[in-house]
Design a protein around this ligand. Structure first.
Ligand SMILES: NC(=O)c1ccc[n+]([C@@H]2O[C@H](COP(=O)([O-])OP(=O)(O)OC[C@H]3O[C@@H](n4cnc5c(N)ncnc54)[C@H](OP(=O)(O)O)[C@@H]3O)[C@@H](O)[C@H]2O)c1
Length: 250
């Protein structure tokens, strides 16, 4: 039976690479985006160009209304193509970064980062539960900053820590349905999220110096791990926080 995945934030960066990697294994992919419609379409065209199947869906996941829109579009695409709105794999990848200490973080930034990185996966999963098939997968994209103390990620890191806790408790709850729930923790990875930082080059050099494999990550490094977790080969792994950072701060 054809497997179907929803990948949030698949217009760019890690999400795009995950969408393409899943499609390469024969999975039909819903490529979700918020603002980058052209880039999301490019992800779909790349997948189709390689012989896969994908379509775009839009929604600002920082708001429940945006999450409802995402599911309206997903339900309609799935029902049209497959006669029902069920899917198999949810990848919570969309995320937002604030490079700020506690002193530099105001209420607006706090609310934005919590909304995209924690509230969104929480409610996307909640609304996925009736749609996900038994035996499915939930993959949450967390971050290596949960296990090393970086004062400059004062609100970003705690949202990812909370996502890890959510991953563990849902793995326990959903085990009886054969649904595995895991988180992947990328280390510093070459995407727009990193390029937006003024100290991008300085940060890259400092990360490389404490990374066993001696470089920063590429989106494909994370996508290959996600493709494994999405596959049947990972069936005995659940509730795990999987580090994918090339040996960062060992
Ligand atoms: N890059 C790193 O070094 C790194 C390290 C550890 C963890 N991570 C995590 O990996 C994930 C992907 O990061 P990335 O570096 O690939 O990020 P990115 O290049 O900045 O892309 C972010 C993606 O999230 C989507 N997005 C952001 N806010 C959204 C919102 N309110 N509603 C819907 N979609 C939204 C964007 O959609 P649009 O462009 O369409 O608006 C885009 O597709 C994130 O969860 C991030 O925290 C990244």
């Amino acid at each position: 039976m054809t497997k179907i995945a929803l990948v949030t934030g698949a217009s760019r960066g890690i999400g795009r690479a995950i969408a393409i990697a899943l499609a390469e294994t024969g999975i039909v992919v819903a490529v979700h985006y918020n603002n980058s419609s052209d880039l999301a379409l490019d992800t779909v065209n790349t997948i189709v160009g390689k012989g896969g199947t994908a379509f775009t869906i839009q929604g600002d996941v920082s708001k429940l209304t945006g999450i409802d829109k995402l599911y309206q579009e997903l339900d309609s695409q799935l029902t049209e193509r497959f006669g029902e709105n069920k899917f198999d794999i949810l990848v919570n990848n969309a995320g937002a970064l604030a490079f700020a200490t506690i002193e530099e973080t105001n209420e607006e930034t706090f609310d934005e980062i919590v909304a995209v990185n924690l509230k969104a996966p929480f409610f996307i999963i909640k609304k996925a539960l009736s749609r996900l098939r038994d035996g499915g997968r939930i993959i949450n994209i967390s971050s290596g900053v949960t296990r090393v103390a970086f004062p400059t990620y004062a609100i970003y890191a705690p949202t990812k820590g909370a996502l890890n806790t959510l991953t563990m408790l849902l793995a326990k709850q959903l085990g009886e349905r054969g649904i595995t729930v895991n988180a992947i923790e990328p280390g510093l990875t070459q995407t727009d999220m990193v390029k937006q930082l003024k100290i991008s080059e300085e940060l890259t050099n400092s990360v490389v110096s404490v990374t066993a494999l001696g470089r920063i990550g590429q989106p494909q490094d994370i996508a290959d791990v996600a493709a494994f977790i999405a596959s049947d080969k990972s069936r005995w792994i659940t509730g795990q926080i999987i580090d994918a950072g090339g040996g960062f701060h060992l």
